[in-house]
Ligand binder design. Structure first.
Ligand code: GTP
Ligand code: MG
Length: 135
């Protein structure tokens, strides 16, 4: 079994699709092991997105992710990381197929509703950032 860090980003909270996203995670068969509404400090956001620090959109990304409350959760199950990334769909909502979260609820890459860890190493690092008590 595997764990993944999932965020319903501020656009998802604003749009009122938190329940919908959690419902899809549950329907898939993943188990919720932590769940919290959080307001990210700038430093936390910069740490979470450290791999993108050199990208031209980094400032915009940090502004966006700190711009309102988000829902952080940890889900667990066989192949949880890949399973959730499939549910989320392609990073750019224009490429994401209908039926995926981004395909159904988003239009623009900068506001694509959810985040999911992309590897076991990322998951471990990100879970520590959002839920230090889980180790
Ligand atoms: P996450 O699950 O959020 O990490 O998305 P991802 O793994 O599918 O994509 P990636 O890690 O490459 O990019 C992280 C986030 O940066 C994306 O989810 C987008 O919200 C944002 N992003 C990526 N490219 C662009 C861009 O060109 N412009 C803007 N504004 N945001 C971008
Ligand atoms: Mg990513």
């Amino acid at each position: 079994s595997e764990r993944t860090l999932i965020l319903v980003k501020p656009d998802g909270v604003r749009r009122g699709v938190v329940g919908e996203v959690i419902s899809r995670i549950e329907r898939k068969g993943l188990k919720l092991v932590a769940l919290e509404l959080q307001n990210l400090a700038r430093e936390t956001a910069e740490a979470h997105y450290a791999e993108h620090a050199d990208k031209p959109f980094f400032g915009e990304l940090v502004e966006f992710i700190t711009g309102g409350p988000l829902v952080a959760l940890v889900a667990e199950g066989p192949n949880a990381i890949k399973a959730f990334r499939q549910l989320a769909g392609a990073t750019n909502p224009v490429e994401a197929v209908p039926g995926s979260i981004r395909g159904d609820f988003a239009l623009e890459i900068g506001e694509n509703i959810v985040h999911g860890s992309d590897s076991p190493e990322s998951a471990e690092r990100e879970i520590k950032i959002f839920f230090p008590e889980l180790g």
